[in-house]
Design a protein around this ligand. Structure first.
Ligand code: HEM
Length: 535
């Protein structure tokens, strides 16, 4: 090494002497270079060392073995986390059993996680029951970011199933379901109905139509299958939302103390049977729904996935378990989220009649006197957009998103976040922070009329669909389903609270945060608007 340095030094010396006869500048430059490199080395070592010794974030003390678990109670987790932020600041840690959790409560630190260090924090920490629901982590939500299959599956969902062309092509199927809901509601005109339940039926029916064309097995069998799905999804969500001792103490996982894995396996078995019957039927009859419609261009999601499964090219082909897990992501990820937001938005609008009036007037102006709401109207429904965005701010259906997990040890806000930590992004706290939002608890759609907030997670003050590489893969479809169903229901009916009920705007934490008490409403047809939908 020394020899090498000496040799180059002599070469440099010679070169400068020969070229311009100046010995000193060349030697000086060389020394500066050597010193620079040495300094750089020292700085790197110091940085590495300081990274290694960065402290863990502050946080409340827990009890031996169980950590902070007993203090979380059965309350709403997002509220407990928000209260802890007031005491411990924008980043803090908690031990839940032997699991280290870090909670992020400010936009700048959230940005460090989902933007600046997105790749590092793009792993998930799948709970035991999630492994069952996803046919062995064969889905998108819980598969590892570093798995090449995750990339492939996400591409299949985003670029093939939910591409602009594909979503546009199945618009007719979505619209048919909204029209059906409007007709069904007419039968209940003047009587109380559960708005959330009706919204759920609308979105699951629309989703099922897009999955397998809506005609598979004939109308009757289709209706039965969808009813089964409805119950299964509800049960599945309940189990996924329950804290599981197996996750907190992995050594106890094999005992399945609460029986949650057993129950989940049963539910997923039923899903599996339903998927198998739909797939078998499709394989034996081909893409019948297309032929029935005389529309050979339009493929439903099942057809797209089966074609990918039959491909020989490993870069784009998928396995049967991946196919089923993708169906599961769409059914579970896309229905309850959408219908829950329909209910929250309706509840907020009913609580704020002046905002409801503006939405109604806007729809009337955009749709015209003889029209029905169409997806092409959505870009012009700006006040509705602002009202939905404001509802997302106040009631994000996933107030802690889906927890992230660093694939390698990292630092956030100067604190160490070791590999494998479960990282919660508390968007509930961020989206109601008085430092960031004026009168944050007020429902004021106007704040979204001028500000350029979108659903793409570009501004870490507002990320109801997450942000970065793991953000929601179904934003545009979710948005279309939510906006068009809501607009049509508001255009066709006037809604008032059922007698003896109140419009309680508190939420109940779960996999999806729903209203604590359901919104029970009485619809009154809005003549002549309703007639246009009944044609
Ligand atoms: C109002 C409707 C919806 C809301 C509020 C919503 C919200 C979310 C959120 C918060 C995440 C986690 C993001 C993160 O970790 O940063 C997520 C992930 C995901 N969502 Fe949605 N979602 C909706 C509709 C949909 C629809 C319609 C689909 C599919 C058709 C879908 C598929 C997914 C998938 C596959 C992921 C996992 C992405 C990944 O881990 O790479 N979502 N969603």
């Amino acid at each position: 090494m020394l020899q090498m340095a000496y040799t180059s030094y002599s070469w440099l010396l010679n070169a400068s002497t020969q070229k311009d006869g100046l010995l000193f500048p060349a030697a000086f430059s060389f020394l500066v270079a050597v010193l620079g490199i040495s300094l750089w080395h020292v700085l790197c070592t110091i940085r590495k060392a300081s990274k290694a010794i960065a402290p863990l974030p502050p946080g409340p003390r827990g009890l031996p073995i169980v950590g902070y678990l007993p203090y979380l109670g059965t309350d709403n987790l997002h509220l407990v986390f928000t209260d802890l932020a007031a005491a411990y600041g924008p980043i803090y840690k908690l031990w839940l059993g032997n699991k280290l959790c870090v909670v992020i409560n400010s936009p700048s630190l959230a940005k460090e996680v989902v933007r600046d260090n997105d790749i590092t924090f793009s792993e998930r920490d799948p709970p035991v029951c999630a492994k069952i629901v996803t046919f062995g982590l064969n889905d998108i939500v819980f598969d590892s970011y570093s798995s090449p299959d995750w990339r492939k599956k996400r591409k299949v969902l985003v670029r093939e199933m939910l591409s602009h062309g594909s979503v546009k092509a199945c618009y007719g199927l979505r619209r048919e379901q909204v029209m059906k809901t409007i007709k069904n509601v007419y039968r209940s005109a003047g009587k109380p109905i559960d708005f959330g339940e009706m919204a759920f039926l609308t979105s699951i029916n629309a989703m099922m139509s897009m999955l397998w064309g809506g005609k598979q097995g004939g109308e009757q069998k289709g209706a039965d299958v969808w009813n089964d799905f409805r119950e299964l999804i509800t049960e599945l969500m309940v189990i996924l939302g329950k804290p599981n001792i197996s996750d907190i103490f992995p050594v106890l996982a094999r005992f399945d103390i609460q029986g949650l894995e057993r129950d989940m396996t049963k539910i997923v078995g039923s899903f599996d049977k339903l998927f198998d019957s739909m797939i078998e039927e499709r394989m034996s009859f081909g893409n019948k729904s297309d032929k029935d419609d005389g529309n050979t261009e339009q493929k439903d999601f099942l057809q797209l996935l089966l074609e990918l499964k039959q491909k020989n090219d490993s870069a784009s082909s998928i396995t049967m378990n991946q196919l089923k897990a993708l169906l599961m992501d769409v059914v579970v990820g896309g229905t309850d989220t959408t219908s829950t937001m329909m209910e929250w938005t309706m509840a907020e609008l009913m609580q704020h009649p002046e905002a409801m009036e503006k939405v109604k007037r806007e729809i009337a102006d955009v749709v015209g006197p003889d029209g029905t709401v169409d997806e092409s109207h959505l870009p012009n429904l700006r006040y509705l957009d602002a009202a939905v965005k404001e509802t997302f701010r106040l009631h994000p259906p996933m107030p802690l998103l889906v927890p992230r997990c660093p694939g390698e040890s990292s630092t956030v806000g100067g604190y160490s976040v070791p590999k494998g930590t479960r990282v919660f992004l508390n968007i509930w706290c961020i989206q109601r922070d008085p430092e960031l939002w004026e009168n944050p608890l007020e429902f004021k759609p106007e704040r979204f009329l001028n500000d350029k907030f979108d659903y793409l997670g570009n501004d870490s003050r507002y990320m109801p669909f997450g942000s970065g590489r793991r953000m929601c893969a179904g934003v545009s479809l979710g948005e279309k389903m939510l906006y068009s169903s809501l607009a049509a229901l508001i255009h066709a009916y006037d809604w008032k609270l059922a007698e003896g009920t109140e419009n309680d705007l508190t939420g109940r934490f779960g996999i999806i945060m729903k209203k604590m008490t359901p919104l029970i409403v009485v619809p009154t047809p809005r003549s002549p608007n309703l007639q246009h939908y009944m044609k």
